[in-house]
Design a protein around this ligand. Structure first.
Ligand SMILES: Nc1ncnc2c1ncn2[C@@H]1O[C@H](COP(=O)(O)OP(=O)(O)OP(=O)(O)O)[C@@H](O)[C@H]1O
Length: 232
């Protein structure tokens, strides 16, 4: 699939702050990066360094105090612009977005396609079930799937509306080590096959290296390093 050049993600000198009881806390500052369409990047860093805050700002859940976030030609956030989350073409796979227990795997995948005709929803769900290697599991409910299978369905659900950018926050943290290692490689293949631009957050360096084309190391709300990953 040819990546769309128009969908480069850019963060330029972004500042994000939280207002709390003890005044304003600047969680992310002078944060800049560029991620070309079709590329996978991973933000790595210790707890509290601001990884989730960056993802939440890109998704539109936190305002930006200074700087600019853009996707292609469109400004998503700046000190004066705040596009609502549903208009950003940004998909998410966050821990808190679990599958709906009362919907089948196929219905979960089709959930974000409710405005499309039923036929188109079925076809897209079928295509994504195949992409994540669960072609036979469309009729099963989440409790009938393993943890790893549930994560693959959650990924399929996030991919279904063809977002220009997919954000993944610690997508494997609930899984055991073996499943986690296997899924890391599988998810990279799935994202690459779909030509999906993705930004992932993790604590785990091995996971970052296995998944990403670029690894960004965060420290105290800033991007300390941005390295390309060489693959043989
Ligand atoms: N809703 C909030 N209100 C106030 N401060 C917050 C809020 N969310 C996060 N913070 C603070 O912002 C900083 C960055 O938090 P963030 O969750 O982005 O870090 P993180 O790198 O994702 O951490 P972890 O790896 O533990 O998830 C921390 O100091 C945190 O305490």
């Amino acid at each position: 699939m040819t990546p769309l050049l128009s969908s480069t993600l850019r963060l330029d000198e972004v500042r994000i702050a939280y207002d709390g009881g003890r005044g304003r806390h600047v969680a992310v500052d002078q944060f800049s990066l560029a991620l070309d369409a079709g590329q996978i990047a991973c933000l790595l860093g210790p707890s509290g360094c601001g990884k989730t805050t960056v993802l939440r700002a890109i998704a539109g859940f936190e305002p930006v105090r200074a700087g600019r976030i853009s996707l292609g030609e469109v400004t998503l956030s700046s000190a004066t612009v705040h596009l609502p989350p549903e208009r950003r073409r940004v998909g998410m796979m966050f821990q808190e977005y679990a599958l709906f227990p009362h919907l089948t795997a196929a219905q979960n995948i089709a959930f974000g396609l409710r405005r499309q005709p039923r036929e188109a929803q079925h076809a897209r769900a079928k295509e994504l079930l195949a992409l994540v290697g669960l072609a036979e599991a469309g009729g099963r409910y989440p409790h009938e799937l393993s943890g790893g299978q549930q994560q693959r369905i959650a990924l399929a659900r996030a991919l279904a509306p063809s977002p220009a950018l997919l954000l993944l926050d610690e997508p494997f943290s609930n899984l055991d080590v073996d499943t986690r290692e296997r899924l890391t490689a599988e998810v990279r293949d799935i994202l690459k096959h779909a030509g999906q631009t993705a930004l992932l957050v993790t604590h785990n360096q091995a996971e970052a290296q296995a998944m990403a084309d670029h690894v960004g190391l965060m420290h105290n709300g800033r991007l300390a390093r941005w390295d390309g990953v060489t693959r043989t």
